[in-house]
Design a protein around this ligand. Structure first.
Ligand code: THG
Length: 813
């Protein structure tokens, strides 16, 4: 009803979110346990569990009722795989609305008056670009549609579960936040106690989810409670938001033909208590947890009081796998300014031609030189800025793992960049102009970015510090009103060229001190602007940098290659109490090797071998063709190119993966670049057989509805050049073998992630033998061990995607 009363609707929903938060301050809430495994017995192979919402609602309701009876305070709808892309796998895409709407109705019947209904939203099962083919807009649309159907049925909460790709998680939360006005719980799934399978760490999950307006943050599924406790410990140090956890019932193992989740109700309750004492506010279970577990958990934690966690809000930005905290008393964090075509003809020409080689080099080199954030400005004549900003963000993110500052005053350009962002970006910038405030602040809010406010307005840059303070105050007020957190608002009091007006530098510094003192926000300055039009600019820049830091500058934008700048920064940190014990200073300058460590001059063009090696290492497909041509033209033979550059590059990728410096996204991109390079020289290697690699059939076995792991393995194998036929999940044994024979597959890859489905792999092997199917069988998945693989007679076992590549190579060459 409240929908009819525009503004009232809004107020009520704000209150709902606040009320929920207040309740979490008073009591710890119990979530339910597994849904998927409870439904398994009722699920025909090849069918989606969500279809039961329409076909057998009574069974779904009975599961809910069991959890309500066991003491759950919140039950979760049977909609984890309820988005269109996911349902399309089962040809149910046309039923998105009904499946989701009914799911809420069913849960509501079981919930009664006491229990809350939360709607599960899970991954689409497809990878976003550049890993897969899904665009960010398609992902957004996918989640909008599901969130809309759920919202129509008026649930109490929405809960994002099992997200492992931060960019997809971003799309899901943005969509849900736009459509659903109530409280949202946002969880991610971690492959171990530290990172998701695509590399995102627990702190970064918090940074991103919090910026996007999640009400509660946490983790689900993953492994057992022990490792997930590690994840929640990190999260509890990062945020004062309420936390939520749903661990699996331990790490499953195989016993007498069955997969067993080892954790007893008592064991889970012990961990529930540990989570509660850590400060977690909502506790339930994922795979393998039953009403019996939930009953014991509820009995243990309901008597406990929530732990109040007082965590000061910090300014945080993030890349996919790193959070950068801008904090008083810590070494100065700098934004590298070099990705900016102003005054740089070569970079401007490259951008105009859609080339990315120089862009990548600038990114890598700046980060090596110590830039912890990179500014990206693509404004140059002849450049389609909207298109180029998206592309630049994508490419810089492939090359380096630092947060980005998107430098444009044009909202469309900024939005194109924000869609590509894999973490939490900084918008550079909004001004005090009405038009700017109105178009750019909502972007910061929607895409969960921090924002820099420039102290200028319709009247231009004010001459005096007082007037700049006034504009800063106005920007701050408007940003807060938009719902942007204060710690996410930066003010730039504007550096102008001192050569045109000698008072300018001083006014900027005065304004800096005022803004810092009166508003208490973080400050930014484009330091190098000061010296435009003067010789020996670096001399002016370092003086100004030192002065600005002493006037309250937090984050300078500058040229990180400049040795003098580096010296000034390190020295200032000592003087400003940002380098206690002068530890950094001494480690950097306390020996005579400093000169050698300084950044090489740009004129030292790297040899083409090295550039090609880097292009593969950083997965930069765009520049491969030119580089291969340059190398061949330069007299390098295709054989030595392959042996001395391509293969060593891929080996380095493997090394980085093993050392956890690289995660799957980088591996896939590098493998694709390698493939392209190889295809280009293959023509010259006429003695190399050009027969394609062996065909592979891949499936998640009957009864098992998990396919995240399988999809990752397929993506990696394909990127290594193996053609894969993906049969999907919950696939009948007969069908797997039939397709393998019909398509003359050389290898069958099988995945099982949970419960009783592992045994099915044994049945596939038996059928392969019986039918005399020549394909080799490789198995894997969370529950599978090498020993089990041997027991059932599989030819190979791989613990993860990279190992799968090795095993496939061994088995079929
Ligand atoms: N505030 C905020 N953002 C900003 C600025 C600011 N972004 C852009 C700019 N100012 C900061 N970035 C630069 C980038 C390059 C230069 C100065 C500031 C520069 N470039 C040389 C030139 O134009 O002559 C080129 C050097 C070369 O040829 O390599 O000086 O104030 N929020």
């Amino acid at each position: 009803m409240s929908v009819l009363f525009g503004c009232g609707f809004f107020l009520n929903d704000r209150m709902r979110r606040q009320e929920f938060k207040d309740r979490l301050g008073r009591e710890i809430l119990v979530l339910d346990g597994a849904m998927g495994s409870m439904l398994q017995g009722h699920l025909a192979p090849g069918k989606a569990p969500e279809e039961l919402n329409l076909l057998k609602p009574g069974i779904v309701q009975a599961v809910h009722e069991n959890y309500v009876e066991a003491g759950a305070d919140i039950i979760i709808t049977n909609t984890l795989g309820g988005s269109r892309i996911k349902l399309d796998e089962f040809h149910l895409g046309h039923l998105v609305h009904d499946i989701n709407f009914q799911a809420v109705k069913i849960a509501r019947l079981a919930a009664g008056d006491r229990v809350l209904v939360a709607c599960s939203v899970g991954p689409s099962g497809k990878f976003l670009e550049p890993l897969g083919r899904l665009t960010f807009d398609e992902a957004l649309e996918n989640f909008y549609e599901q969130a809309q159907a759920l919202t129509e049925a008026a649930p109490d909460l929405i809960i994002l579960e099992t997200m492992s790709d931060i960019r997809e998680a971003r799309a899901a939360l943005i969509a849900v936040r736009e459509v659903f006005p109530g409280p949202v719980i946002a969880l991610m799934t971690f492959a171990d106690g530290f990172n998701t399978v695509t590399g995102t760490d627990a702190a970064t999950a918090v940074t991103v989810y919090q910026a996007l307006g999640a009400d509660v943050i946490g983790a689900n599924c993953s492994t057992g409670p022990e490792e997930i406790l590690n994840v929640l410990t990190v999260m509890a140090e990062q945020t004062d938001l309420p936390l939520c956890v749903e661990p699996n019932a331990g790490i499953p193992f195989f016993k007498r033909g069955k997969t067993v989740y080892p954790a007893s109700p008592e064991y889970m309750a012990d961990y529930a208590e540990k989570f509660a004492r850590l400060g977690v506010n909502i506790i339930g279970g994922c795979c393998g947890t039953t009403p019996g577990h939930i009953r014991r958990i509820a009995g243990r934690i309901k008597p406990l009081k929530p732990v109040f966690r007082s965590i000061p809000r910090q300014t945080r930005l993030a890349s996919r796998d790193r959070t950068v905290t801008i904090q008083d008393g810590k070494p100065t964090i700098i934004i590298g300014e070099r990705i900016n075509p102003t005054g740089r003809k070569k970079l401007a020409a490259e951008l105009a031609a859609g080339q990315t080689d120089l862009l990548r080099q600038e990114a890598v080199r700046q980060v090596k030189a110590g830039a912890q954030i990179l500014d990206i400005n693509v404004g140059a004549p002849g450049v389609d800025e909207v298109e180029m900003m998206g592309k630049a963000v994508e490419f810089v993110q492939r090359a380096v793992s630092v947060p980005l500052s998107l430098d444009s005053s044009n909202p469309s350009v900024l939005e194109a960049g924000l869609k590509e962002i894999e973490g939490k970006a900084l918008i550079n910038s909004v001004t005090g102009e009405e038009k700017s405030l109105r178009s750019i602040l909502p972007l910061a809010k929607k895409y969960g970015a921090a924002v820099i406010g420039l102290t200028l307005d319709e009247g231009g840059v004010p001459a005096t510090a007082q007037e700049r303070l006034k504009i800063a105050r106005r920007i701050l007020k408007r940003a807060l009103r938009e719902g942007i957190a204060k710690e996410d608002i930066f003010i730039d009091t504007l550096t102008l060229a001192v050569s045109t007006d000698p008072t300018m530098g001083q006014e900027t510094l005065k304004a800096l001190r005022l803004v810092k003192g009166k508003l208490g926000v973080k400050t930014v300055l484009g330091v190098s602007n000061i010296s435009f039009g003067l010789p020996q600019r670096s001399l002016i820049n370092v003086q100004f940098l030192g002065m600005a830091l002493s006037h309250g500058l937090d984050v300078p934008i500058l040229n990180p290659y400049d040795e003098r700048i580096q010296g000034t920064l390190t020295g200032s940190d000592v003087l400003l109490g940002r380098d206690l014990g002068a530890t950094n200073f001494i480690s950097r300058f306390g020996n005579l090797e400093f000169k050698e460590k300084s950044v090489p001059a740009e004129k030292n063009e790297k040899p083409v071998d090295k550039r090609l090696f880097d292009a593969i290492l950083y997965g930069d497909k765009n520049s491969i063709e030119n580089l291969v041509k340059e190398a061949l033209d330069g007299g390098k033979s295709p054989i030595s190119l392959n042996q001395e550059v391509l293969i060593p590059a891929l080996n380095e990728v493997g090394r980085r993966y093993d050392a956890k410096e690289y995660f799957l996204p980088q591996v896939i991109l590098s493998a694709e670049a390698m493939q392209l390079a190889f295809s280009l020289i293959k023509e010259h290697l006429d003695f190399v057989e050009s027969r394609s690699k062996g065909r592979i059939v891949f499936a998640t076995v009957k009864g098992d509805v998990h396919d995240i792991g399988k999809n990752i393995v397929i993506a990696v194998l394909e990127s290594y050049g193996y053609p894969v036929i993906d049969l999907g999940k919950n696939v009948e044994t007969g069908r797997i073998v039939q397709v393998a024979m019909a398509r003359r597959a050389q290898l069958i890859g099988l995945s099982a992630l949970m419960t009783t489905t592992m045994m099915e792999m044994g049945n596939v092997v038996k059928l392969v033998q019986k039918k005399k199917c020549p394909a080799r069988v490789m198995v894997g998945g969370a529950v599978v061990t090498p020993r089990f693989a041997r027991q059932i007679g599989a030819h190979g076992y791989a613990k993860d995607a990279m190992e799968a590549v090795k095993v496939v190579k061994e088995l079929i060459g």
